[in-house]
Design a protein around this ligand. Structure first.
Ligand code: KIV
Ligand code: ZN
Length: 532
């Protein structure tokens, strides 16, 4: 008996869900893998689990949880997500190398629906300069890697990196070989975002016409947004027969990012008349997912971003407002409710009690444990004492802020700042470091500098401040400030966020959030042969 036959007979029959209807588009979310490859977007284990849990709840079919060979942190994240998630397939990326594939399987083996994703570049440029392999060597590697992965796992996806710039004949040969070796999904990436929508759909159509066994696999696409065309190309590819789209929440990802999940899903839902395809995504979760990913990564969503931008459903001009009041359809092609933007039913203020607060959190899509609820309620009361009107956005900012710092080793306690034109500006800062209180007073070139100097004095580190950004959560001078801080150390960068009506307190919280992330971040040994 061959090793393959032996392993196949002893393996538990797990794998992808039942075959899907012809009009069903599989949504493959790679926020935790490609999304995390955005500089500064790294997430810790708890954060990845939080996102994966929400993605599962919202009906994402496949969650790519990481690249297990890249670091112990990635391995652990894929393994823990694989243990927790039951309804979505959990996927781990590997290069076309047996060691990578074994490591991916090691992380995935406890998943209810594991998927190994193996990738190799197929374009002339990548094969010659990056891989330094001939096309025949690459073809051999495709067969070996997919067969090896199939010996371990029923559900194997194969990707041809830089697929859109691959010679058509060679692309057809590799796709056919991958399917023959056992790939159930063949993914065609537009790795550098170069293709135009018509070119990309023609490429997918060509595969259906020329690859004899194409009906044995799901054709997937993975588009990057370098020319702002990732969503358009993905949808064009679906029209040409692709039935899996790879995407990320808020379009996070390498360089200009990946196709945005919320845009793909809402385009398919809203324009079902001309794109008669379905997804399994509960679109009402979209706003929550967007906010969670934005809070965790510190990547603020631009106000005019489609679907999830703060202005996506706002009507400023009088003519538009008048039209919407008369009939929402005049200027709204989808309802705010369809993406989870609820019209508020509970108005909150300083007299609101714990029960009302809990109900409001539920309305906003949060369910907190008792301790987290108590902390959030305490901060809400504090905020209500200082701010006349409490908007939903205030509560979301406040709860997000609690959520992201639940496991911080260094916690903010208090801050007293002397600012103004007379100088010197000083900050008296109190921190809780591993359960012990510390206090110091430092000066700086302005109150933000003084505050950050106080943190550096109590928690010495070599990280460099790369980005400091403030934005107001709502309107008005008493609005909460949401601050993003990006720190860089030894080539790794992390983002942190903080919210508070006091911009300096928000700044201290954001800096500490980033610093805590740096402490937990493991050294990544990013494989050099994979660029996207
Ligand atoms: O962009 C790309 O080619 C990728 C592959 C790993 C699928 O991310
Ligand atoms: Zn990619």
């Amino acid at each position: 008996m061959s090793a393959k036959t032996k392993q196949q007979t002893t393996r538990k029959p797990r794998g992808p869900a039942a075959p899907r209807a012809a009009d069903r588009v599989v949504i493959f979310d790679t926020t935790l893998r490609d999304g995390e490859q955005s500089p500064g977007a790294s997430m810790n284990l708890e954060e990845k689990i939080k996102i994966a849990t929400l993605l599962e709840e919202m009906g994402i079919d496949v969650i790519e949880a990481g690249f297990p060979i890249a670091s112990n942190g990635d391995f652990e994240a894929v393994r823990e997500v694989a243990k927790i998630v039951k309804n979505s397939s959990v996927c781990g990326l590997s290069r076309a190398v047996r060691m990578d594939i074994d490591r991916a399987w090691e992380a995935l083996r406890h998943a209810k629906r594991p998927r190994i994703h193996t990738v190799i570049a197929t374009s002339p440029l990548h094969m010659k300069y990056k891989l330094q392999m001939t096309p025949e060597q690459v073809l051999e590697s495709v067969i070996d890697s997919v067969s090896h992965a199939r010996n371990l796992c029923d559900d194997v996806e194969w990707s041809c990196e830089d697929g859109s710039r691959t010679e058509p004949d060679f692309l057809c040969r590799t796709v056919e070989a991958a399917i023959k070796a056992g790939a159930r999904t063949v993914n065609i990436p537009d790795t550098v975002g170069y293709a135009l929508p018509e070119e990309f759909s023609a490429l997918i159509r060509m595969l259906f016409e020329r690859v004899p066994n194409i009906d044995k696999a799901v054709v997937s696409v993975h588009c990057h947004n370098d020319l702002g065309l990732a969503v358009a190309k993905s949808l064009a590819a679906v029209g040409a027969g692709a039935r899996q789209v790879e995407c990320t929440v808020n379009g996070l990802g390498e360089r200009a990012g990946n196709a945005s999940m919320e845009e793909i899903v809402m385009a398919l839902r809203t324009r079902h008349d001309s794109m008669p395809y379905k997804t399994g995504v509960k679109t009402e979760y979209i706003t929550r997912a967007s906010r969670l990913v934005s809070t965790i990564t510190g990547f603020v969503v631009q106000p005019n971003k489609a679907i999830v931008g703060a202005n996506a459903f706002a009507h400023e001009s009088g003519i538009h407002q008048d039209g919407v009041l008369k009939h929402a359809g005049t200027y709204e092609i989808m309802t705010p409710e369809s993406v989870g933007l609820t019209r508020s039913t509970l108005v909150m203020g300083k007299h609101s009690g714990r029960h009302a607060f809990k109900m409001k959190l539920k309305e906003l899509g949060f369910e907190l444990g008792d301790n987290a609820l108590s902390d959030a309620f305490r901060r809400f009361k504090d905020l209500a004492d200082r701010k006349k009107e409490i908007f939903d956005e205030d509560i979301v900012a406040l709860v997000d802020d609690e959520v992201v710092r639940a496991h911080d080793r260094v916690k903010f306690v208090s801050l007293q700042v002397i600012a103004g034109s007379k100088g010197p500006q000083t900050a008296e800062l109190e921190l809780d470091i591993d359960g012990e209180r510390h206090k110091t007073t430092t000066s700086g070139n302005g109150p933000v500098d003084a505050t950050f100097n106080a943190i550096k004095a109590m928690v010495p580190h070599t990280a460099r401040l790369q980005l400091y950004q403030v934005h107001a959560v709502t309107e008005g001078t008493d609005a909460q400030a949401e601050v993003t801080v990006r720190l860089e150390e030894n080539g790794k960068s992390v983002n942190g966020q903080g919210a508070d009506p006091d911009t300096l307190v928000a700044s201290a919280r954001a800096y500490l959030h980033a610093l805590n992330k740096l402490f937990t971040k493991r050294a990544k040994t990013a494989p050099t042969a994979l660029s996207a």
